[in-house]
Design a protein around this ligand. Sequence first.
Ligand SMILES: Nc1nc2c(c(=O)[nH]1)N[C@H]1C(S)=C(S)[C@@H](COP(=O)(O)OP(=O)(O)OC[C@H]3O[C@@H](n4cnc5c(=O)[nH]c(N)nc54)[C@H](O)[C@@H]3O)O[C@H]1N2
Ligand SMILES: Nc1nc2c(c(=O)[nH]1)N[C@H]1C(S)=C(S)[C@@H](COP(=O)(O)OP(=O)(O)OC[C@H]3O[C@@H](n4cnc5c(=O)[nH]c(N)nc54)[C@H](O)[C@@H]3O)O[C@H]1N2
Ligand SMILES: [Mo]
Length: 765
Amino acid sequence: MSKEPRIEKYDHPAGGWGSVKAVGSALMKEHALLNGARILMHQNKPEGFACVSCSWAKPADPHLFEFCENGAKATAWEITAKRVTREFFEQHTLSELDTWTDYDLESQGRLTEPMRYDATADRYVPIAWQQAFDEIGAMLRSFDPKRVVFYASGRASLETSYMYQLFARLYGTNNLPDSSNMCHESTSVALPETIGAPVGTVTLEDFEHTDCFMFFGHNTGTNAPRMLHPLQEARKRNAEIITFNPLKERGLVTFANPQAPTEMLSNAQTPISTQYHQVKIGGDIAAVAGICKALIEADDRAQREGLPRVLDVEFIAEHTHGFDAFVDAMRALSWQDIELQSALTRSALQAAAATYARSKAAMILYGMGITQHREGVLAVQMLTNLMLLRGNIGKPGAGICPIRGHSNVQGQRTVGITEKPALAPLDKLATLYRFEPPRDEGLSTVDACAGVRDGSVDAFIGLGGNFARATPDPHALEAGWRRLPLNVQIGTHLNRSHVLHGRAAYLLPCLGRIEVDQQASGPQSVTVEDSTACIHGSRGFAEPASRDLLSEPAIVAGIAKATLAANFVPWDEWVSNYALVRDAIEATYPDQFAQFNQRMSQPGGFRRPLPAARREWKTSTGKANFIVPQGLGEDPDMRFDGERTLRLMTTRGDSQFNTTVYSLDDRFRGVYNTRDVLLMNRDDMTRLGFEENDEVVVSTVAHDEVERALSGLRVHAHDIPAGCVMGYFPECNVLIPLAHHAKRSKVPAGKAIPVHLRALSHGSA
Ligand SMILES: Nc1nc2c(c(=O)[nH]1)N[C@H]1C(S)=C(S)[C@@H](COP(=O)(O)OP(=O)(O)OC[C@H]3O[C@@H](n4cnc5c(=O)[nH]c(N)nc54)[C@H](O)[C@@H]3O)O[C@H]1N2
Ligand SMILES: Nc1nc2c(c(=O)[nH]1)N[C@H]1C(S)=C(S)[C@@H](COP(=O)(O)OP(=O)(O)OC[C@H]3O[C@@H](n4cnc5c(=O)[nH]c(N)nc54)[C@H](O)[C@@H]3O)O[C@H]1N2
Ligand SMILES: [Mo]
């Protein structure tokens, strides 16, 4: 097959034979075919391991193959036969590795032993674990804890995460940003104000009772494919699925279950969405306002004509606050403005409202297309407003479902990884471990970027992730990163955040969740929380990638012991038996984690209690709050100069996990062998004088005197609303100004970057 870049229309279903083929070639590429097939059988099973890819719920009665194409790719990546050894680092200086692509760095395979940066040789050189801990500990003791950042990417288990936050607080800081700061933080700020809970309210069981699903800004076929199974079931019982997305994402159009033999043999496919609304990027607040307005107007009509009410007036009276002001605000909006801001017609929004109004139980699901905007918090709150109008929270089949990212990102927040002291159990930690935890607000991801840039951060500890690549304005960050007095990275694969080093740098390779984790008391299990607040046990099955790896709990304990003065944490006992860490989590959160060790292997997981799901509202008013929008979500950074400014969204392709790119294909969007593309509206191309495959320079329209540009991208006509462009994350991160983030939640606004395009050369490549 040719490796030439290729763009073509993909009109097969998500899943299907394409998916089976992709799983096979992913395992083959990592030389993991035989072992891989055996290991995949344990994926997402009660006695097996929790997939390291997305955080979608794991059913109590799993399929024989309870994994998806992308979960299998993530597994293949982790159990790869490729290794990064000390010989590799002998052969390559860091200056040389810095010229490699991100793809080439990660695809070297698994890291195998601890390394320290040697500035004279410009190389990573081997170091013994204890010596690494002692050196890191000595440096950390010399720093002001307020100038040290403890980052977590959402993969590490509840046990590791609990130990990590405790270490940071004993050391003296709440600087605990995590990947959630770039992801669903808009949710974590929005939902407590509206429904009194920071997480979604639905369970997998609810899917069986929902007759109307509304999807906003999520690419389900790529980023949570296992969810297509319950959706397919729902479609079979004629549930409606209404999707709002600028792009026609394949998984939300049609799906063929690759694990259903009859479907595969007959090439049957299920249409998923029954209505598909190609909303303009950033137009969701207007679109939802339109639906709310249509519901209110329909309710007026029903009252006039003596028909049953459209709004759930009993629910509104008993359970909500702020209804009148919200209704007034919706009435005051003009349909003209709504249509302009959403790029959807009044009749399309009325059709969505009519379907929603007919449903008995509706669920809203959403992803980064909602949260990664300047008005991301308000957008989430508009979604809850819509739910409240018809009492769609706290009854079977109804509720709100933020689709989380990393496999334990929600859980990390649950056990105290947060820069916001109000969200951490500080009093409890103070009593249990007899110390005075810091009470001041810590650094978020955006603050940490600013701190690394301006030199006010002395040390960065990364518990997984690829901070230097996942964040905005990476070029500006890089200069500061190289001057970082201390950079400690706990990871599995080599990435940019390791190669940029810092004045002192340590690379600490850890076991992955799929691997056997043998400790003094025997092989260990860990736990993770999924998007529906269910906690699952996970036990590794694969042979560790190297004998010199340590588990994440062991690494966190190693650094903590070398850093902290005498304290009341039994670090060694915890590492020898993670059940003791779970006891500590239970002691810290007795309501959430009662009988943690006994319940962790329950099929389907055990659910944390969620008051909102029982219609108990832990808000300031004691009710669920309507939030009145001020405006339709106009982005303050979008300044239109004529029609030149376009909105660029940065999204994931079908063959990547965040900054880890498995291959250059994005099958569902018909993009092959390249990521250097911009998908745009055909009329915009004509208007701007571009032809198919023209090479362009993209530059950000910002007013801060900084030039941000990316060249080498080729434009292709695609089914996307006028004024909107799609490019890939992380390549396009150079275009995002650090200041371009959501109000209040500070989530970088990677879905609406104001850009200009300029042609470099015409035509074929
Ligand atoms: N295979 C795989 N799975 C993953 C990941 C991965 O990289 N690979 N990443 C994980 C992580 S950390 C996360 S957070 C999730 C991310 O999963 P998603 O939330 O699906 O994230 P994106 O890939 O950014 O896709 C955003 C979607 O929103 C749409 N969109 C963009 N702007 C707008 C808008 O203004 N309005 C609306 N309505 N839609 C919009 C885009 O067209 C796209 O469909 O997936 C997780 N799962
Ligand atoms: N422009 C733009 N930027 C974005 C986004 C976007 O949509 N657009 N999305 C944002 C979102 S939602 C997120 S969540 C962030 C992601 O940001 P991060 O979570 O920081 O990045 P990842 O790419 O997931 O991290 C990959 C690295 O994690 C390490 N790793 C993998 N498995 C393990 C493990 O088991 N343990 C440890 N310790 N390390 C491991 C490997 O070394 C690998 O290189 O990016 C954000 N940035
Ligand atoms: Mo994420």
